[in-house]
Write a protein that binds this ligand. Structure first.
Ligand code: SF4
Ligand code: SF4
Length: 139
């Protein structure tokens, strides 16, 4: 295979040693997750809806429970994709493995439920609770 300049392109075998170097933008350094109590009532979903009304917030449920997903770039992520505090980075970063990560597939693929923002959660609430749209006016 050749690229646009008609020079041979080199296939790089991706492995756990070079994967992070190849990962554009260091995907896993651009968000945080926070486990939340499983929402059950309309009030609890209303609170989650308020959280997703804020930009860059998403939510998901996977085999470990419910999580708030906040897209916010780590202040220590350097322009070259490396960690600016590598030697003293938090334990959460040390524990994260690149064996199978966002480089390999979007995290959403492993979610049982995924709400990419306010609108998708609202639709879910309207489907789950028949009284959702009248919850503020019903007696
Ligand atoms: S662990 Fe995965 S997502 Fe994070 S920088 Fe490495 S390859 Fe990218
Ligand atoms: S501290 Fe370093 S490894 Fe951890 S999220 Fe920030 S840039 Fe990434």
């Amino acid at each position: 295979m050749t690229d646009e300049l008609n020079t041979p392109s080199i296939e790089v075998e991706v492995n756990s040693d070079n994967k992070c170097d190849l990962c554009e933008g260091s995907k896993c350094c651009n968000y945080i997750t926070q486990e939340i109590d499983t929402p059950r009532s309309m009030d609890e979903f209303d609170t989650l809806l308020w959280q997703l009304a804020h930009k860059n917030n998403q939510a998901y449920k996977d085999e470990d429970g419910w999580f708030l997903l906040v897209y916010t770039k780590c202040q220590f992520l350097q322009d070259d994709g490396r960690c600016g505090i590598y030697e003293t980075r938090p334990q959460m970063c040390r524990d994260y493995t690149n064996d199978y990560c966002e480089y390999d597939a979007p995290a959403e693929e492993g979610f049982e439920l995924f709400f990419d923002g306010y609108d998708s959660l609202l639709k879910y609430c309207q489907k789950r609770f028949k009284r959702w749209d009248t919850r503020f006016t019903a007696e």
